[in-house]
Design a protein around this ligand. Structure first.
Ligand code: NAP
Ligand code: ZN
Ligand code: ZN
Length: 350
């Protein structure tokens, strides 16, 4: 066992505090990674505060990890000490079920998440990236190009793949009109990807002060979602809408904007259910409401390579780990442009 320093939540209401815990020893197929940066996802807040009613404490959150390989097991291929690598939400799965065989490990019934999951190897709980180092099976470790700024690349490991994957699955491309709902960590990546894939991009926001930013990030048009007149102008015109909002809200004003056979894909996971959709909105034009969960390892590597090719990273604000609790409060006020990233070098400061 290797003593490792991190920051943990100990219950659903107290601040995260320094926490020392054990990482497993390096196994034959494992890679040990010194964590340099870790993004702060809204899922970290949902889980630290037990909003999904599945939290186990102590919990070390963090699943947007960028680091440097410090050791490799003797059965590891394709990595060497010193490589820049990433780890996202997934750290293990069964590898034999149909989801795993199809490179969709996120849907495996026995998937292990980076934190708050039973760790089948150590027997304890998994602890995430708000920490100094991590040991991960090499199948779940991603190569990250040196072309990308390492701090700004960290959010690609969750916010990036969670928006890239549905845009690819629903084959968004040139000639498509695509909506992104919510300009937060996921939403701003959705805008960048949809634009890079050639779509006509409309950003829906509740925050009037984000209009200029949304355009700078790649939106062709920005609509304040509470402005019913502006919403009406887009009725029945979208091929695809990706909804990243972290809170319960009425979906009907978005389903009404879809063309025949259009899809509203939900990736936000609010703690309370959305009010039921108006059935008329769906049956009238055979519209669909769908969901999507992060993405598999193969597609995450594809997304990282796409980012290196198109020079896409997240817009970030770097914080020392001592500011994580203030960062959570600011995220809840939508006061972040557009992802906090923890610099883990700060762990050793007083
Ligand atoms: P975030 O950075 O906090 O952004 C969420 C955005 O939603 C806000 O910036 C805001 O955008 C909008 N919003 C917040 N409260 C709202 C409200 N009451 N009504 C309408 N809009 C509201 O969060 P994130 O990290 O992007 O995560 C978003 C959600 O996705 C979370 O629920 C998270 O758990 C989930 N998630 C899901 C997956 C998956 O695999 N499906 C993966 C990662 C995260 P505007 O100011 O522009 O309105
Ligand atoms: Zn996440
Ligand atoms: Zn499986």
């Amino acid at each position: 066992m290797q003593k490792t320093l991190g920051y943990a939540a100990h219950n659903n209401h107290s601040a995260l505090v320094p926490f020392s815990f054990d990482r497993r020893e390096l196994g034959a197929k494992d890679i040990q990674i010194e964590i340099l940066f870790c993004g702060v996802c809204h899922s970290d807040i949902h889980q630290a505060r037990n909003e999904w009613a599945s939290s186990k404490y102590p919990m070390v959150p963090g699943h947007e990890i960028i680091g440097k390989v410090t050791a490799i097991g003797n059965a590891v291929i394709g990595f060497t000490v010193g490589d820049r690598v990433g780890v996202g939400c997934l750290v293990d799965s069964c590898r034999i079920c149909s989801d795993c065989v199809d490179d969709l490990e996120q849907f495996c019934n026995t998937v292990t998440f980076a934190y708050n999951s039973a760790d089948k190897i150590s027997g304890g709980s998994t602890y995430g990236g708000y920490s100094a180092q991590i040991v991960v099976d090499h199948h779940f470790v991603l190569h990250v190009s040196d072309k990308l700024d390492p701090a700004a690349a960290a959010p690609l490991l969750c916010a990036g793949i969670t928006t890239y994957s549905p845009l690819k699955h629903w084959q968004v491309g040139s000639g498509d009109k695509v909506g992104i709902v919510g300009l937060g960590g996921l939403g701003h990546m959705g805008v960048k990807f949809a634009r890079a894939m050639g779509a006509q991009v409309v950003l829906f926001t509740t925050s009037a002060n984000k209009i200029a930013d949304a355009k700078r990030l790649g939106a062709h048009e920005v609509v304040i979602s509470s402005d019913m007149q502006a919403m009406q102008q887009h009725l029945s015109s979208f091929d695809f809408i990706l909804n990243t909002v972290a809170a319960s809200h009425n979906l009907d004003s978005f389903t009404a904007l879809l063309k025949r056979d259009g899809t509203l894909c939900l990736v936000g996971v609010p703690d309370h259910p959305h009010p039921s959709p108006a059935v008329g909105n769906l049956i009238y034009k055979r519209r669909q409401i769908a969901g999507s969960l992060i993405g598999g390892i193969k597609e995450t590597q594809e997304m990282l390579d796409f980012c290196a090719e198109h020079n896409i990273v997240s817009d970030i604000e770097i914080i020392p780990i001592q500011q994580i609790n203030q960062a959570y409060e600011r995220m809840l006020r939508s006061d972040v442009k557009y992802r906090f990233v923890i610099d883990l070098a700060s762990l050793n400061s007083a």
